[in-house]
Design a protein around this ligand. Structure first.
Ligand code: UD1
Length: 331
């Protein structure tokens, strides 16, 4: 089975490439513009997976490049990771986010349609549930209401596009995967999350502080109505998340399926920090500051649908993610 991974050198795409090969899917083509990743990731995937994957540098905004890609390769399925994902930046540059995440996806879907490729796995986010959804978030909850940033809106819009497309034409097999908070990296420490610029998310910031590239970790609020007052999220190990994609591919069938990919329980910011400090044996310079505007107190996934339909569940825990993060830092 020939599989296209857009954004395949990125954090989640690269880990998924490794898990696909491990599951026997080794005909993979990575298509990436390297805007937030590095070319050497391709070699690192090869080192871990024992197979060299094909790499094509290109952009989903370039229709001609996409057309060529689909004529050069006869794909059976697409995993679409390419996109912009910095929440703060999306507030400042909404047009860029709509152009890349929505426009780029439309380009990709058009190229797929023209080439007769109708299997797609799409990277969505728990943010589409919006701020009023009941916790734990279930796939049956309405989505698209109370989304707090343009990034989340773009993911919601693409979900709607995929539903409309599958409705308009028989044969489409679509899996929409709603990620919770991916952390950790491959246990080899070779690949991991390494965003360009100033990171937004908790673990990349923890890593910067650990490397001494940032002075201290700011903990955004200890006065939430949560057991220890800090924010609570569903932190899923990226390798488990990657395996969720393999499971979704195996279980693709006609129509649109939506699955949460999360652990199914919430852990707090303080628990994450405690785990990191215990395993590293080093205390992080840190300070509690005011809540970050737009943050929710606590949410996590109801993970039973993916368990039932995809025969998938998470195997790794918070300490595994921290251990692997330490391996990546040593890198
Ligand atoms: C964010 C995005 C979400 C994206 C996800 C990727 C929003 C509204 N949502 O979620 O779209 O899919 O990242 O993982 O931004 N924290 C600190 N100090 C820091 C950074 C974070 O205390 O320096 C806390 C936050 O307040 C939050 C938790 O850590 O309670 C997780 O934050 P973060 O990693 O940024 O993820 P989310 O905000 O949950």
């Amino acid at each position: 089975m020939k599989i296209l991974l857009t954004g395949g050198t990125g954090y989640i795409g690269s880990h998924t490439a490794v898990e696909l090969v491990a599951a026997g899917y080794d005909e993979i083509v990575i298509f990436d513009n390297l805007s937030n990743s590095k070319l050497d990731v391709v070699d690192k995937i090869a080192k871990i997976a024992g197979v060299t994957l094909e790499f094509v540098e290109g952009d989903i905004l370039d229709k001609a490049e996409l057309k060529k890609l689909f004529s050069d390769y006869k794909f059976d399925a697409v995993m679409h990771f390419a996109g912009l994902k910095a929440v703060g930046e999306s507030v400042e540059k909404p047009l860029q986010y709509y152009e890349t995440n929505v426009g780029g996806t439309v380009n990709l879907l058009e190229a797929m349609q023209a080439a007769g490729v109708r299997k797609i796995i799409f990277s969505s986010t728990a943010v589409v549930y919006g701020e009023h959804a009941k916790v734990p978030y279930r796939e049956t909850e309405p989505s698209g209401q109370g989304i707090t940033n343009p990034y989340g809106e773009t993911k919601h819009v693409v979900e709607e596009i995929l539903k409309d497309l599958a409705e308009s034409e028989p044969g489409w097999q679509v899996a929409i995967l709603r990620y919770f908070n991916p952390i950790g990296n491959h246990s080899s420490g070779l690949i991991g999350e390494d965003p360009n610029g100033i990171p937004n998310n908790l673990m990349p910031i923890v890593m910067k502080v650990a490397r001494g590239e940032m002075e201290e970790l700011l903990i955004f609020g200890d006065d939430y109505e949560t057991p220890d007052g800090s924010g609570v999220r569903d932190f899923i190990h990226v390798v488990d998340l990657a395996r969720g994609h393999v499971a979704a591919l195996k279980h693709l069938h006609e129509g649109v399926q939506i699955y949460n990919l999360g652990i199914g329980e919430g852990r707090s910011v303080f628990e994450v920090i405690e785990s990191y400090e215990r395993l590293s044996g080093r205390e992080l310079p840190k300070r509690v500051v005011a809540r970050r505007p737009g943050d929710l107190a606590a949410y996590w996934a109801a993970a039973d649908l993916a368990a039932e339909k995809l025969n998938w569940k998470t195997e790794l825990v918070l300490d595994d993610a921290m251990r692997d993060t330490l391996a990546f830092l040593k890198g």
